[in-house]
Design a protein around this ligand. Sequence first.
Ligand SMILES: [Cu+2]
Length: 412
Amino acid sequence: MKRQLQILVTLIILSASVNAQVVNEFLVAKTDLNPQYSLWDGKLTKLMGYTRLLSAPINLPAPTLTFTEGDSIHLDLRNMSQNAPHTIHLHGLDVDQQNDGVPSLSWQVYHSQTGTYKFQAPHPGTYIYHCHVTTAIHLQGGMYGMIIVKPLSGNNVTWDGGYSYDKEYAWMLSELDSVWHQDSLFNHNYDTLNPMMPVEVPDYNPQYFLINGKSEQQLSDTSIRINAQANSTVYLRLAAIGYCGNRIIFPSALNAQVVSTDGRPLPATINLDTLELFPGERYGVLLKPTTEFTDSILVQYKNMNNHQYKSTQKVPVDIDGFVGIEENILDMDVQVFPNPNNGELNILADGFQLGILELTILNLWGQSIKNLEVMKEDGTPIPLDLKDLNKGIYFIKLEQNNQSKTIKTIIN
Ligand SMILES: [Cu+2]
C-alpha cells in the first residue's frame, strides 16, 4: 500500500512538471560577407547578427523572441560566423549564470558549433538579448534583439492583473557607426582565452540613429508609426540598446503614462511627456489619446560623454476618431470618395435638395479654414478640389436650408 502511494505521488509530481510548455527557438550567428543592409539614405552596410535561418539576411534588430510566462525555453545558438565565438546574453531575465551568455562566467559558442540556453520565461515584460563576446563590437555589429514575455492571462494585457490595451508597438532604439562595420573589426578571433583586440577600435561616432533598425523617412513604416483610434489604449514597449542616451518627447495629447520598467510593474503609473532611457533600459508606456490628431513622437539621441544631442528622429502619430462636431441631421446619406485622397475628391450628397450647397472645411480642432459653394445638379457626385490644403485630416460640413452634415476626409 505504501509502495502504491509512493508511485502515485511520483506520478503526480511528474505530470505537474511536464505541464510547463517547452518552446524551442533557434538562432544562427553570422556575419555578412558583403554589405546588404539598407540604411535610410540608400547606403548598404555589413552586419553581424542573429537570424532564424542560415539563408536569411541579417536584420536590425534581430528577430523578436516572444514567449509566454512560465514557458520552458530551449534556445539554440548555431555559430556560422567564421570568426569569433558568440553568446546570447538574456539581458534582464532572471536566468541562472550557466544560461546567461556571459562568456567569462559560463561558455561561448565557437564557429560551426551549437549551444543551447535553457531557462524559464520569467515575469511578463520587455527584455533584450545580445551577444556578450567583445560586446562593444558585436553589439554594434547588430547582435541584439528584443524578448517579449506575454502573461498567461492573455495577449492584450501588460501582465496578470495589469492594464489591458488595444494595440501594441515595440521600439528598439540604437545607432550605427558605419566605420565600425568593417572586416577589420568584425573578423577577429577574440575570445575569453585570447583577450587581445586585433585592431584599435575607433571612436564611436554614429551616423545613423535607429528605431527598429530604421530612421528618417523609413519611420513611416506601419510597424513603427503609431496609428490608433481616439479613446483606445496603445502599449508602447521601449528598449534602448545603443551607446547613446535617449530622450522621448510625446505629444501631450497622447496622455503618455509609464507603467513598467525593466520588466517589472511600477507601483504607480507616472504621467509624463518626456522620458529618458539609458542603454539597456526598458519601459512600458501606455498611450491614451482622447481626440483625433496627427503629430510626431520625437526620439532624441544624446552623446553621453558631452550630453549633446546628436539627432532627433520623428515618428508619425495618427489618431483617428470623432471630435464631436454636432450633427444636425443624422440620417442624411453623405459620402466622400476616394478617401483618403490627394485633394481631388467627390461628394455624394443624397438627401440634400438640388441647388446650392454651402461647404465649410474645418481642421482637426474644428477651426474653419475654407468656405465655398457648390452646385448639386442631379444625383451624381459633386467633384471637389482641395489640392491647396496640406496633407492631413479635415472635416467637410455641408449646409443647405439650415440642415447640415459633416464628413471626414484624409488628404495624403
Ligand atoms: Cu558575438
